[in-house]
Design a protein around this ligand. Structure first.
Ligand code: PLP
Length: 440
């Protein structure tokens, strides 16, 4: 399942690539200076731990690269990567807007204090209720993905005496070279409007009452590690804008999407400097307001999942380390075969002789596995590990499968930590349920 064939990073490689992590001989693994054992002692495991310093660090890396290119682009954080109110408030504190894909995400962003005008509503199947709520809240921009949806937005806007600011999401038919389940910009998947249909639809939408058509959007996939697919897509967008303007259309905005990839091993991930430079080259001279919508890049490296060892079992010649965290907490390995680095919390554990182990959860599915054939020292029962780079598409994809309550979450900032979501109580699992008379 692990995506490393030539060189799988060992514990030292993983630590060296992550300055926010350090190993203290006594206190064990530190994240942003805080001993993770202290957090596990006080709130238990499994628990999500996020570092505000790491989030701000990623934002600053991106802003620095954009400034240097130079590119003027407004950053909208893709809420679906991690929608905790505390994380959204952190993004707002850095003057980021939000990219949302549901009414729930919109309400969360508003609740965290992000201004409606700084929110972009995307998504392939917005309901009439969602469109109406977005217009009612005064959302800054709606990214429309089809002719059918444009008609719906226009009708609802007219009914509410509102003007919907829309951009058309174009499908540039570019393979982002990423995992098939996170590719969104090739012809034949459900996202966006085929480029060939854009000119006629743009002209049509510009005439519809209730709409202000402001420009184009695209988003070609996630965990993209090279500027090349972006370059191809942005060149298509630039050509399209030229063609639209030649037809007499007004194009004010270009939303460049998200997808910026991070290093899950000891690789550096996408070079944001190269990415920003490529933006300047391809669309920098278009005289449009640019936006980008990263999710994973901003929060992925800033979060980890703390877990304890429930059991070590030997069977069929293999060692299985069974954690108290499972696929219901962090689904990515089961869903995408994704690699996550895993580090012991104790310095003593970390120095032990490493041998291969499968690191698994207790859920009744064979896909409930965090790592197959991973080099890992001996780990005693109740010893702890950190599953790295779990800040994005981690907690948001959690479920309560096997009646396992949602894990607690904490945020570290400046050497202190606070619980941002307590562990779900077991009773809360059924608190809203009813047993009808006729079933007893
Ligand atoms: C998911 C998504 C993003 C964010 O993707 P990341 O890979 O997390 O950066 C941005 N825009 C849209 C439209 C999305 O669907």
């Amino acid at each position: 399942m692990d995506s490393f064939s030539a060189h799988e990073p060992d514990i030292a490689d993983l630590l060296a690539a992550r300055p926010a992590l350090a190993m203290d001989a006594q206190a064990g693994l530190l994240f942003e200076g805080v001993p993770l054992n202290a957090i596990a002692d006080s709130i238990g495991t499994p628990s999500w731990v996020y570092g505000a310093g790491s989030v701000r660090g990623q934002i600053s890396r991106l802003k620095t690269a954009l400034d240097a290119a130079p590119v003027k682009a407004h950053i909208h954080y893709a809420v679906k990567a991690n929608d905790h109110l505390a994380i959204l408030a952190l993004m707002r504190g850095q003057n980021l807007g939000a990219d949302v894909v549901s009414q729930g995400e919109m309400r969360r962003a508003l609740r965290a204090g992000i201004a409606a005008r700084d929110i972009v509503f995307s998504g392939v199947g917005k309901s009439a209720e969602e469109i109406s709520a977005a217009l009612g809240a005064g959302i800054g921009q709606i990214n429309a993905e089809s002719a059918e949806e444009l008609a719906m937005i226009a009708a609802i806007a007219q009914g509410q005496n509102a003007t919907a600011h829309v951009v058309l999401r174009m499908n540039p038919d570019i393979d982002a070279g990423t995992h098939a389940k996170i590719t969104t910009g090739v012809a034949g998947n459900k996202f966006g409007i085929p480029a060939a249909d854009i000119p006629a639809l743009y002209a049509h939408a510009a005439r519809l009452p209730g709409l202000h058509v402001a420009g184009l959007a695209l988003h070609i996939g996630s965990q993209i590690l090279s500027p090349a697919p972006y370059r191809a897509a942005y060149e298509i967008a630039a050509d399209m804008i030229a063609a639209l303007r030649a037809q007499g259309q007004i194009v004010e905005t270009l939303d460049l999407g998200g997808g910026l990839g991070i290093g899950y091993g000891d690789d550096p991930g996408l070079s944001v400097a190269a990415y920003a430079h490529m933006i300047a080259q391809t669309v920098g001279a278009l005289d449009v307001a640019l936006m980008i919508e990263p999710g994973r890049f901003l929060i992925g490296p800033a979060g980890l999942l703390l877990a304890s060892v429930n059991l070590v079992k030997h069977a069929g010649g293999k060692r299985f380390i069974v954690l108290d965290a499972a696929m219901n907490d962090l689904l990515r390995p089961a869903l995408y075969d994704s690699y996550h680095g895993i580090l012991p919390l104790s310095a003593v554990d970390m120095r032990g002789q490493a041998s291969l182990a499968d690191i698994v959860g207790p859920v009744c599915e064979s896909s409930d596995m965090f790592a197959a054939d991973r080099l890992m020292p001996e780990l005693a029962l109740q010893s702890r590990v950190a599953i790295l780079d779990a800040g994005a598409y981690g907690a948001v994809m959690s479920s309560t499968y096997n009646a396992r309550p949602l894990a607690a979450a904490v945020l570290i900032d400046a050497g202190q930590y606070k619980v941002i979501r307590p562990r779900q109580r077991i009773e809360a699992l059924w608190a809203d349920e009813q047993i009808p008379d006729f079933s007893t």
